[in-house]
Design a protein around this ligand. Structure first.
Ligand code: AR6
Length: 194
């Protein structure tokens, strides 16, 4: 399969101790995340880590049964945290499983929990020398998080995490926002273009 078309791209920069700029590219695509040849794709999982519907189901189907067998050894994952596994049959080398919050109206810690999914996923990427990572729109499907508010957090929590990471550790050069629908991609495009 050809690489999906890039819908929008921009660079952000973080500085090292010598004031040298380290660029990271933010890329927007519309695609099935299971097809991406990146170091890591992020899974919008549930706290069992044993599979489900949506992007979680698609990732488990594409990775094969070894993924659920491996995930059984991870002992689940609390909301807002993240755990890493191999990608098995996926083109991606790793899967970072994170558990987004269920939307209950926004006053039950949902924004902080969603930001912590992005922050902890970036931290695992840093810890595992990952250079490219693709995120789905965590929590915006079955979990009901409104897309505009979730997109704002998806963008700003990634930028904050990258800018706070020590550049001596930071090997990430590309963060991909992988939307499944054209409508979601349009929201991301508008917010990335600010
Ligand atoms: N590639 C990219 N994005 C996808 C794909 C795909 N193949 N399939 C769906 N999406 P959801 P959540 C988009 O519901 O809201 C599961 O059952 C989808 O259009 O997958 O975090 C888990 O086990 C939407 O934009 O995740 C949990 O129980 C986004 O992925 C629960 O759903 C997230 O939708 C998690 O709910």
């Amino acid at each position: 399969m050809n690489a999906p078309a890039i819908l929008f791209q921009k660079q952000i920069y973080t500085k090292d101790d010598h004031n040298r700029e380290h660029p990271v590219t933010l890329t927007l695509i519309q695609a099935d995340i299971t097809t991406l040849k990146v170091d890591a794709i992020v899974n919008a999982a549930n706290s069992s880590l044993l599979g489900g519907g949506g992007v979680d189901g698609a990732i488990h189907r594409a990775a094969g049964p070894e993924l659920v067998a491996y995930c059984r050894t991870l002992n689940g994952c609390p909301t807002g945290e993240a755990k890493i596994s191999p990608g098995f049959k996926l083109p991606a080398q790793y899967v970072i499983h994170t558990v987004g919050p269920v939307w209950h109206g926004g006053n039950q810690g949902e924004p902080e929990l969603l930001a912590s999914c992005y922050r902890n996923s970036i931290q695992l990427a840093v810890d595992n020398d990952i250079t490219s990572i693709a995120f789905p729109a965590i929590s915006t499907g079955v979990y009901g998080y409104p897309i505009e508010q979730a997109t704002d957090i998806a963008i700003n929590s990634v930028i904050d995490s990258i800018q706070q990471a020590s550049v001596s550790q930071l090997l990430i050069t590309e963060v991909i926002y992988c939307c499944f629908s054209a409508a979601d991609a349009a929201v991301y495009k508008q917010q990335l273009d600010l």
